[in-house]
Design a protein. Structure first.
Length: 334
């Protein structure tokens, strides 16, 4: 019987090949994978578990929390605090840094995550995901503060996402390419199915929430208008459009067949620079996209270069196939 390469086998091999995943990071990533398996089970249960509704509570960004947002956040915290590799965690669902409890062994990494991205899709049975980013705890404090997490995306040591779709997948980078694993439920292991994922440089597919069109800035207005104009317009070819409203699903589609994803700056709410959060959405996804040969920008700046100012800071996001992202960035520069 041919058993593929499991995640833990892959991580050990990566360390031998590139020295990019020391043993403590392997332990942490294996633990993250366990939390994603548990979240996959919770999501898969659907309405059977009776947890599809909204809660009375709002998260720190004023968004209504779903029961599953809270449950999946707890799964991620409980499983990963036991890894022995973490100095602290931060999440979309918690205002402040989560301190590792006294009874757990501490380590030198920081874990930032969105436990259930795209959760507005969960009760209509459309794909959702988990996004995570791993940083080093450079400080000496045993209780890391938010400031310890505020490192530019270039300092990430690992990032990834789990996609709970028609199959459950885990896609990760440790800075030496992007690798996709599919959960084999028969053996309970993530098995390497998509080695060296690369984003085609060209694409004819764009993803944007067009209901925000009246709030977009001129460069995005121009780019989308030119895509929509198709063959007879300035781009001279027809484009297709997708919008799942689940960033993990959109990024995964782009990794598999190319495309450009935009949640740009808009004037809908002038107090927000964008919708997506830098630390646990834009940065990990940008690390993955760049490692797959794509490009990721706010339109004006490389996302990974941004010096974060807050755990829940929002940024405009334009990412995907390099040549198309370059066109949008060029329009911003004009
Ligand atoms: P969430 O973390 O609260 O689920 O919000 C993030 C999601 C992304 O997955 C997706 O790209 C975007 O919000 C969709 O937003 P909209 O509903 O405005 O189209
Ligand atoms: Mg999210």
């Amino acid at each position: 019987m041919h058993l593929g390469i499991t995640l833990s086998q892959f991580l050990a091999d990566e360390q031998r090949r590139n020295g990019s995943v020391p043993a403590d990071l392997q332990t942490l990533l294996n633990q993250v994978a366990i939390s994603c398996k548990l979240i996959s089970n919770a999501v898969n249960q659907g309405a059977l578990a009776g947890v599809m509704g909204n809660l009375e509570s709002e998260n720190v960004q004023g968004e209504t929390q779903k029961q599953l947002d809270v449950i999946t956040n707890e799964i991620f915290l409980e499983v990963n605090e036991q890894s022995g590799q973490l100095a602290g965690m931060a999440s979309e669902e918690m205002e402040d840094v989560y301190q590792i409890p006294k009874h757990c062994i501490k380590g030198k990494y920081l874990l930032v995550f969105d436990p259930l991205d795209g959760s507005s899709n969960v009760n209509v049975n459309i794909s959702v995901g988990t996004i995570f980013s791993v940083l080093r705890h450079e400080g000496t404090a045993s209780h890391p503060a938010a400031a310890d997490f505020l490192q530019p995306g270039t300092r990430q040591v690992a990032a990834g996402y789990a996609l709970y779709g028609s199959s459950t997948m885990l896609v990760i980078t440790v800075g030496s390419g992007v690798f996709g694993f599919t959960l084999d439920r028969n053996i309970g292991e993530f098995v390497l199915t998509n080695p060296n994922m690369t984003i085609p440089a060209d694409t004819k597919e764009f993803a944007i929430n067009a209901s925000n069109q009246r709030f977009w800035e001129a460069p995005v207005q121009r780019y989308v208008a030119e895509c929509v104009a198709g063959k007879t317009g300035p781009r001279g070819r027809d484009f297709n459009m997708r919008w799942v409203a689940s960033m993990v699903a959109e990024v995964h589609r782009i990794l598999v067949r190319g495309g450009i994803f935009m949640y740009p700056k808009d004037t809908k709410d002038p107090s927000k620079a964008g919708k997506l959060r830098l630390m646990y959405e834009a940065n990990p996804m940008s690390f993955i996209v760049e490692q797959a040969g794509g490009m990721s920008s706010t339109g004006r700046q490389r996302i990974l270069d941004i010096q974060p100012e807050g755990l829940h800071q929002r940024v405009p996001v334009i990412l995907g196939s390099r040549n198309e992202v370059e066109v949008v960035v060029g329009y911003h520069a004009e």
